[in-house]
Design a protein around this ligand. Structure first.
Ligand SMILES: Nc1ncnc2c1ncn2[C@@H]1O[C@H](COP(=O)(O)OP(=O)(O)OP(=O)(O)O)[C@@H](O)[C@H]1O
Length: 254
C-alpha cells in the first residue's frame, strides 16, 4: 500500500515535535528518513504505525484514512521493525517469527504448512535458520534485530516501517538487511543514521531537522556537503565512487 503523510503535527506533552510533515512512499520504493538525534524520526514513524496520534494532519494508506482502517487490516499491510522488545524471552526464534502470520489468521485458526514455509524462507533470508530453535534470550543484539526483521517479512506486508533497523548490526548484516528490504520490492520507510548506506539502497531521501522536512529528493540530489552541513552541522566532502557509483562521505574532524 502507498503511504501518504499530509501536514502532520505531533505533540509530546506540550511540545510540538513533528511540524507540518508531508511525505509519500509509493510504487514499491524504499525511502529513508535521515536526520540528527532528537529530530523527530521515531516520533513520526510511531504516528504511522499508530502508537502516537497526530494532533493534526492526515495519514493515508492508498486513499484510505489510516485512522478509519481496522487495526487487524492495518497489520495485514504494515509491518514494523523497531528495537527488539525483551518481553518475549521464553520463545524460540522460530516461534517469534511465526507470530508474524497472526494478522492473516482467523480466530483460533492454526498456522498452515504454507505459513511454516514462509517462516523457513524468512529464517534463511535473515541468516537465522541455524538458530531457529534457540531461545530468544540467548541471542546477541544483532541476532535479535534479525529476528524482528524475519517476523516482519513473514507478515507479508505491502508497507514496511523501520526504525534504525541496522542499529546493532555489523557491516555484513547492515548490508544484508538493507538488501533484503530492497529486494522485497514493497514500499518501505526507514529511519537510518548511515547516510552512505541510505544513498546506496534507498530510492528517495527525506532529511528531517527539528521536526521539519528540510530537503527531500533522490540520493544524489540531496546528499551534498551543503545540505549535510545544514542538517548535521558537520563539514564533509561527498564523493561518487567511480567503480561502484556509490556515494561516499568523508567528514572533517570538529
Ligand atoms: N514524552 C516526551 N515529552 C517531550 N519530549 C519528548 C518526549 N519523548 C521524546 N521527546 C523528545 O522528542 C524529540 C524527538 O525524539 P525522537 O525519538 O522522535 O527523535 P529521533 O530523531 O528518532 O532521534 P534519534 O536519532 O536519537 O533516535 C527529542 O528531542 C526527544 O527528547
Amino acid at each position: 500500500m502507498n503511504l501518504t503523510v499530509e501536514n502532520v503535527d505531533i505533540f509530546l506533552g506540550a511540545k510540538k515535535i513533528v511540524k507540518g510533515i508531508d511525505l509519500h512512499v509509493a510504487n514499491h520504493s524504499f525511502a529513508a528518513l535521515l536526520g540528527p538525534n532528537g529530530s523527530g524520526k521515531s516520533t513520526l514513524l510511531k504516528s504511522i504505525y499508530r502508537v502516537l496520534e497526530p494532533r493534526s494532519g492526515t495519514i493515508y494508506l492508498d486513499d484510505l484514512k489510516m485512522k478509519n482502517i481496522p487495526v487487524k487490516e492495518i497489520a495485514q499491510h504494515i509491518s514494523v521493525v523497531s528495537q527488539f522488545q525483551s518481553n518475549s524471552f521464553d520463545f524460540t526464534v522460530k516461534e517469534i517469527v511465526l507470530m508474524g502470520r497472526t494478522p492473516h489468521l482467523r480466530a483460533l485458526e492454526r498456522e498452515s504448512s504454507a505459513d511454516y514455509q514462509l517462516v523457513d524462507e524468512a529464517l534463511h533470508k535473515t541468516g537465522l535458520y541455524e538458530l531457529k530453535d534457540r531461545s530468544i534470550s540467548k541471542l546477541s543484539g544483532g541476532e535479535k534485530q534479525r529476528v524482528v526483521l524475519a517476523r516482519a517479512i513473514v507478515q507479508s506486508p505491502t508497507l514496511m516501517i523501520l526504525d534504525e533497523p541496522s542499529n546493532h548490526l555489523d557491516i555484513k548484516y547492515q548490508l544484508e538487511i538493507l538488501h533484503i528490504i530492497k529486494k522485497l520490492g514493497i514500499n518501505a520507510l526507514a529511519a537510518l543514521h548511515d547516510i552512505s548506506l541510505a544513498a546506496q539502497f534507498c530510492d528517495y531521501i527525506y532529511f528531517i531537522k527539528e521536526g521539519e522536512i528540510k530537503h527531500h529528493g533522490k540520493p544524489k540530489e540531496v546528499i551534498t556537503k551543503e545540505i549535510l552541513k545544514e542538517i548535521y552541522e558537520v563539514e564533509c566532502e561527498v564523493y561518487e565512487d567511480s567503480r561502484t557509483n556509490n556515494i561516499s562521505i568523508s567528514y572533517y574532524s570538529i
